[in-house]
Design a protein around this ligand. Sequence first.
Ligand SMILES: Cc1cc2nc3c(=O)[nH]c(=O)nc-3n(C[C@H](O)[C@H](O)[C@H](O)COP(=O)(O)O)c2cc1C
Length: 213
Amino acid sequence: MSDTMVLTNAFLGGMNNCGQFKIEVIDVIKKNINPCIGCFKCWEKGDGKCIQEDDQNDILEKYVGADIIILSFPLYCYAMPSHLKAVLDRTIPLIQQKMVEVDGAVCHVPLVDFSRKKTIVISGCGFPDWDGNFEGLRIMSKNSFRDPIMIFVPETPMMNASEAKCVAKPLADKFVVAGKEFAENYTLSDDTIKALETPMIPKEDYLAVINRT
Ligand SMILES: Cc1cc2nc3c(=O)[nH]c(=O)nc-3n(C[C@H](O)[C@H](O)[C@H](O)COP(=O)(O)O)c2cc1C
């Protein structure tokens, strides 16, 4: 299983331990999603759909219907992998050409009501913790979603390394507890996020392990 998905599954397990949520996992790599071609036909028609005939319109329907969206992905080149980026680009049928200024930022007027939708962004990465690794993703997430919960985890290849079980399992357990906290409060405290993002081992040790293999 993907390193990031180990953590996301732990989070989902904690979140849904009473079975109160209906969870659907969409593996976008297995979907047929073309890139956005920038035709803006969606804005001309204003029906919330893309004119391209692939799997995206099904995803849009689910996206609109969901109360909570969890985007789970590994960091690729300081950003979101291209498969998922294509899905995100092609959510533009859900906004309108019209723009408004809100709290100093300019955004498009939504076509559907996003005001109660909660977005959680979980991303794992191969580098140890360093300022800047997740900065691009942080800015993109803040600008793309309303008040997203962001959990950015360094050193995630350790989640699938048998020698690292002694530090990987405690981190997965923290994700279970965080999932429960989210289910109760619909938010996560800063302390919880900090605990999830704390490197499993010090940077120097991680680099030594990686460079030995
Ligand atoms: C194409 C590609 C680009 C990557 N770019 C980065 C990067 O910019 N920063 C980073 O820390 N790790 C990067 N990585 C490493 C992955 O984020 C890391 O291996 C992660 O644990 C993979 O998680 P997964 O098993 O969920 O796919 C990259 C990996 C690939 C394949």
